[in-house]
Design a binder for this molecule. Structure first.
Ligand code: HEC
Ligand code: HEC
Length: 240
């Protein structure tokens, strides 16, 4: 309860700061993964499982106890994401390299702690079994989607959308279609400032039809069985 009050105050404080920070980036396209700061610090730390659980409590308010997000894309699935990717996204959101006004106040050191907490919660998220029943697209253009994926995305996100922890390429398999669509659009338009510039260039030629087709295909790529939870799985770390 105390946390909720604190965070509500933080939202109010954070909003004006966010508003000033919406300009698109100029230049420095290779800076998508410049590292430094909390990202590097967190990458070098040994995660603490108990503090991962403790920290995740505040996250669960939006991402769900299971980390499965919502099929309507409001909140992404974060269960099963590579720890390095989660660390980078959290550090970017905190450093305002990626705009996320909804989550920003809840990501701050005052709320969850420093680099150690980032490392802890990232390892915890990575360990959660993934949603076996994520939101998918219309399913009416999957051949085109498969072709576009093979030609444009495999090189970074992998055959099955598994990504790469080492290279900070997100796991996109099994992600909610509506979330994929939003991120993709923001990456294309330069609104997601921490995006990989090669990907930004790559997808400029995509029509709306191409975009829907390739992301529908991605949303149907299944994570390996050992990463998936049972449909009725409920995170036992929180007994409420
Ligand atoms: C108030 C709601 C809220 C809370 C609390 C919250 N998040 Fe989020 N989070 C979001 C939203 C919304 C997005 C997607 C924003 C967008 O569309 O760019 C997101 C995105 C993310 C992403 C990026 C996912 C991706 O695929 O790129 C990560 C990682 C993440 N959250 C982790 C966390 C962690 C860890 C916590 C707890 C410390 C947390 N979130 C707390 C709302 C929240
Ligand atoms: C040159 C490598 C590269 C290529 C090619 C590429 N991506 Fe990406 N993609 C990335 C990286 C790196 C990120 C994460 C950037 C960051 O740190 O914010 C990303 C992020 C994404 C995201 C957001 C994921 C999330 O969890 O928020 C989606 C969706 C995505 N890519 C889809 C695609 C699709 C579909 C294609 C092919 C049409 C593609 N990408 C091609 C490197 C690439």
């Amino acid at each position: 309860m105390k946390r909720t009050i604190i965070t509500a105050t933080l939202i109010a404080l954070a909003l004006p700061a966010m508003a000033q920070d919406t300009a698109a980036p100029e230049g420095a396209p290779s800076d998508w993964n410049q590292g430094g700061g909390e990202q590097d610090e967190a990458l070098g730390l040994v995660p603490d499982h108990e503090n991962g659980i403790y920290t995740y409590e505040v996250c669960s308010a939006c991402h769900g106890l299971n980390g499965w997000g919502l099929p309507d894309g409001t909140f992404p699935q974060i269960a099963g994401q590579h720890p390095n990717v989660a660390i980078k996204q959290l550090a970017d959101i905190r450093a305002l390299n990626r705009d996320n006004p909804t989550m920003y106040p809840f990501s701050l050191p005052q709320e969850i702690g420093g680099a150690q907490s980032i490392a802890d919660v990232a390892a915890y998220i990575a360990s959660l079994p993934m949603n076996p029943d994520n939101g998918v697209g219309a399913g009416d253009n999957l051949e085109l989607g498969a072709q576009l994926y093979a030609d444009n995305c495999v090189q970074c996100h992998g055959e099955q959308g598994e990504g790469s922890n080492e290279k900070f390429y997100p796991r996109i398999q099994g992600q909610h279609y509506e979330y994929l669509l939003r991120q993709y659009q923001w990456i294309k338009e330069g609104k997601r400032r921490n995006a990989n510039p090669e990907m930004v260039a790559q997808i400029q030629k995509f029509t709306d039809e191409d975009t829907a087709a390739v992301l529908d295909y991605v949303s149907r790529l299944k994570p390996p069985a050992e990463l998936l939870g049972a449909p009725d799985w409920v995170n036992p770390d929180f007994d409420w």
